[in-house]
Ligand binder design. Sequence first.
Ligand code: C2O
Ligand code: CU
Ligand code: CU
Length: 486
Amino acid sequence: MNGNGSTRREFLTLVGTSTAVLVVAGCTTNQTAAPPVPSGGVFAQPAESHSVDGRLAVTLVAEATMVPLGTGTRYAYTYNGSTPGPTLRVRPGDTVVVTLQNRLDTDTNLHTHGLHVSPTGGSDDVFVMVRPGGEHTYTYDIPADHPSGLFWYHPHAHGHVAEQIAAGLAGAIVISDDLDDITEITASTERLFILADPSIGDSKAILATSQMGRMQGREGDIVVVNGIVQPTVAVVAGTLERWRILNSSASRYYRLALDNHQLHVIASDGGRLTAPVTVSEILLAPGERTEVLVTPIAAGSNRLRALRYDRGSSGMGGGMGGRASTSTAETVIATVNVTGTAAAAALPPSLAKLSPISPTITATRTVTLAMGGGGGMGGGSMMAFTIDGKSFVPGRTDITARLGTTEQWSIRNTSVMDHPFHLHVWPFQIIDGPPTSGWKDTVNVPARSTVTIRVTFTDLPGRTVYHCHILDHEDLGMMGIIDVTP
Ligand code: C2O
Ligand code: CU
Ligand code: CU
């Protein structure tokens, strides 16, 4: 699956960096000589921890571990010995206490992506660092009116985020509420698909990434679902399948389609929809989630595929023409084996009431994502990754917003690559961009285009970040700080 070599070279030529870097770039994907890739494991889900009487307390130990890969093993970073880490299952109103122990040799910490919880006071504070050998206890109070859905946890130690997530540090948080009590949903089979694309090898050498790999956003050697290569999912015709899907990759996009079946979307990121929306494919950028119902009908083997997607763009560099970067080849993610011949199960006619976002806008902003010419970052030919012309500085506040207001942001991408824009703590709705009526926390902003969102700062004041969820871009500075003040 090392098909990136030629596209990396093209990108390199187009950005006009030296051929000396080309050699380095060419080495990274090939150096960790990929062992033969096993496929066709049986679908399995991560271990789970449930809250009891409104409380869940867990310890997550981050460390390097050899994890199973087919009949062999591969090097990874794990929580409690596995990647993905345990799924945390909770309900609105619960208190979740996580003690993070750092047994890595670099700083790490924890972020609860998509949770509407406080960014301060020992809660989802990404400015806390946990040193090697250290530990920290986070306490998250999940509001009683928190939406249900799929969220996730992962490290957020600036400069190490792409490496640590790509190495395997990620896990799911599932919040359940009365949506789960709808008759059709209760009768469905719920499955979690955590998509990742690790580099494979038997040592820490797999973490090494060239400047070019970081500028493009690193992609690994294989695609796994819950750590398993091309698992087989056994389903029965006439039943309803409910799949929660997370893109936990550092950079890779997944354009998902299932042979012979439509996908009925019931939630986007943290936002349930009012009724199922039927589509034939779904694009999931890094950090995004979707929840779909599937009605198995076509007996036999159906591939769940990631179709080809190009997150770069053609024509970069004026008249140079050609493709600039990062197109992923079509990949089989899983095989869905349908038995039986019953007709499709019925879908729930409606799901939930979606509270509309306030129509009163107190401020409008333009947030500009850009990739600048070389020389700006880290010397050499590394280009600058900026938001509003600035690379991330921990002490600086870039946006100040007032608690209780609603703002409209036009997120403008002036570069030749897509950037998935993510805001912590306060969910938003898309006014102009990828069509979805649900609440979002991450949205893809395609190359040379603008997406408009509306975000409401109802509660939970504090200081946190917004950034590109191609995590190498975040580590390279495409991140800013927002302070929401009473
Ligand atoms: Cu998924 Cu700032 O995070
Ligand atoms: Cu986040
Ligand atoms: Cu980016």
